[in-house]
Design a protein around this ligand. Structure first.
Ligand code: TPU
Ligand code: MG
Length: 566
């Protein structure tokens, strides 16, 4: 491949992706994007990672954004993009700025009477853009080279400011077109700041409300990390010396070794008596919280509006007030300057704080139980580990894991797409190769996207996958059972090793007993040249009591009869 000397639209996009910090972009090639992929390859600081399909490609980019802050996925028109959209919806739900770049028909064809491949076979070329507009915060289609800088910069800036995915459509004849070189990158990445008057007034009102409360509790939500407000949140916790709880999809955002940490706040599924301290509190100071049907156990968990302050990226809600253009981190930090110590929740928590959950070792010769499995996985988690918990009982097992200082936790609870974990962890491990990435994934979830292990083999990523084989969709069984919740068993360990072909170093192992699991974990920890999958026996009914309790509330919520006034 030789590169033309003139600067083109493809060069512009490549340079901007590099300038915003992207090093690896995730791709599935197709004839509508091949030229563009060449230009991304020409860029000396960009390196592509191929994926098996576009769903996985979008999830891999999503995982890269979790570790690296921002990411890009490049796919072909329709057959690629429509598959990727599922993962892009996930990135939207999970507040991750993924740039989806799709190839598209030649500009001469878009306005002609031609029928094109990879389309529905009509002259409708709008449907892809229509979908993109619903799943992103900026969707642009490049049609003229001179507009490309403006449209690309707009999309990238929105991704960065809003922590959400964006869409850039690049026709197959566009990457080669001459285009001006980029201006300063600050135009794209410079952060927004709060309106000073609104910030002062919001923090005055909040400080007053807190001073009138007696037992304020701090609550971290899933948008806290995207807002980059963790430090400011802790500054406020220190100023108040209040107890700190987190929503399940914010687990790991606050160190579990922080002295005021009081667990996961999730009703019956809470850890470390977080629910009890929630009942004791008379005021909640939230940051980036979201109470959906799952995280509120069917709208039963959570503060009432009159006892709740919450801050989003760019606004603050207080009882009777709403302030726009107030940034979460600036709000929390400024509020910390205005409050004095109010530690009733911490005093109470010291009284009710339970000992950390710890399972006694099982007989090593006996069939694995869930508890023994979790006891041994807990042993793998050190301060350098990122633990992925897939949809299923892995969510509930994951909640109960104790994270040592430095350990991180990833979950996809708003979108809740089974099969997310393997491709997302691929992207994560590419972005953070020095961390130990560990996945807990059920058999049902794994069957959706397991082939992306191939990339972990290719890139020699020592990811450890605990495949929990309970022969079915146990989470669904707990919500509502039927024959559809039983699935075909696979030989998962053999599946893993099939990706080795002639050169891979992956290991696929089976553990039916505690002893076998211990040995498998030793082999996994020693395997630095590829992933290790450990297929772990787990009886279908041997699940957490939290899943059982949660499943019945979700089942009941789903089954509510239509309201009379609907
Ligand atoms: O621990 P366990 O057995 O519940 O996990 P496993 O085996 O991974 O089963 C997960 C079962 C499950 C389904 C079928 N959880 N949620 N669903 C519904 C669902 C269907 N399709 C997608 C893409 N995402 C979903 N969450
Ligand atoms: Mg299962």
């Amino acid at each position: 491949m030789t590169k033309e000397t003139q600067f083109t639209v493809g060069d512009y996009l490549a340079e901007r992706l590099s300038q915003i910090g992207i090093i690896n972009h995730f791709v599935v090639p197709g004839d509508y994007n091949l030229k563009l992929l060449d230009y991304l390859e020409y860029h000396p600081k960009l390196s592509e990672i191929g994926c098996c399909n576009e769903l996985n490609c979008a999830f891999a980019a999503e995982g890269y954004a979790r570790a690296h802050g921002i990411s890009a996925a490049v796919v072909t028109y329709s057959v690629g993009a429509l598959t990727a959209f599922d993962g892009i919806g996930g990135a939207y739900a999970e507040n991750l700025p993924v740039i989806l770049i799709s190839g598209a028909p030649n500009t001469n064809d878009i306005n002609s009477s031609h029928i094109l491949h990879h389309t529905i076979g009509t002259h409708n070329f709008d449907y892809q853009m229509d979908i993109a507009k619903n799943l992103t915060v900026a969707a642009v289609a490049l049609r003229r080279a001179h507009e490309a800088p403006r449209l690309i910069d707009h999309a990238l800036r929105q991704a960065i400011l809003q922590h959400k995915p964006v869409y850039i459509e690049v026709p197959t004849n566009m990457a080669t077109q001459p285009c001006p070189k980029p201006g300063p990158i600050s135009a794209v990445i410079e952060p927004e700041t709060s309106d000073k008057a609104s910030l002062e007034q919001a923090t005055d009102v909040a400080a007053d409300l807190i001073s009138k409360s007696e037992k304020p509790l701090m609550l971290a939500g899933p948008k806290l990390r995207a807002a980059g407000a963790e430090k400011a949140f802790l500054k406020l916790a220190e100023a108040l010396d209040a107890a700190v709880v987190v929503q399940p999809n914010a687990k790991g955002f606050i160190s579990e070794e922080y002295k005021n940490y009081a667990g996961v706040y999730w009703g019956l599924c809470s850890t470390r008596n977080a629910d009890k301290i929630g009942e004791f509190a008379d005021f909640f100071i939230g940051a980036g919280t979201v109470f959906n049907d799952y995280t509120s156990n069917g709208y039963k968990v959570g503060p009432t509006p009159d006892q709740f302050i919450d801050s989003d990226y760019m606004h603050v809600s207080l009882p009777g007030y709403e302030f726009t253009r107030v940034k979460m981190d600036e709000f929390l930090s400024r509020l910390a300057d205005k409050v004095s110590k109010k530690n009733a929740t911490m005093v109470e928590y010291a009284r009710i704080k339970p000992a950390l959950l710890k399972y006694a070792p099982a007989n090593p010769k006996e069939l694995l139980t869930r508890e023994e499995l979790m006891r041994q996985i807990q042993g793998v988690i050190d301060g350098n580990t990122t633990l992925y918990a897939e949809t299923g009982d892995s969510w509930f097992n994951g909640m109960q894991m104790n994270l040592p200082e430095g350990a991180k936790f990833e979950i996809e609870m708003q979108w809740g797409h089974i099969g997310w974990s393997v491709p997302s962890a691929l992207g994560y491990a590419i972005a953070a190769p020095k961390r130990r990435t560990v996945i807990m994934v059920g058999d049902g979830s794994f069957q959706l996207t397991g082939q992306e292990l191939a990339q972990m083999v290719l890139h020699k990523l020592p990811v450890i996958i605990f495949l929990i084989n309970n022969r079915g969709y146990t989470i669904e069984i707990q919500i509502h059972d039927g024959p559809y919740n039983r699935i075909k068993n696979w030989d998962y360990a053999a599946f893993m090793e099939s990706f080795n072909a002639e050169d891979g170093k992956a290991k696929g192992l089976k553990a039916n007993t505690g002893e076998e699991l211990e040995q498998a974990i030793q082999i996994a920890l020693a395997n630095k040249e590829g992933p290790t999958l450990i297929e772990c026996y787990n009886h279908t009914d041997d699940c957490t009591k939290e899943l059982v309790a949660w499943g019945s509330t979700v089942g009941a919520t789903n089954a509510r009869a239509p309201s009379a006034d609907q």
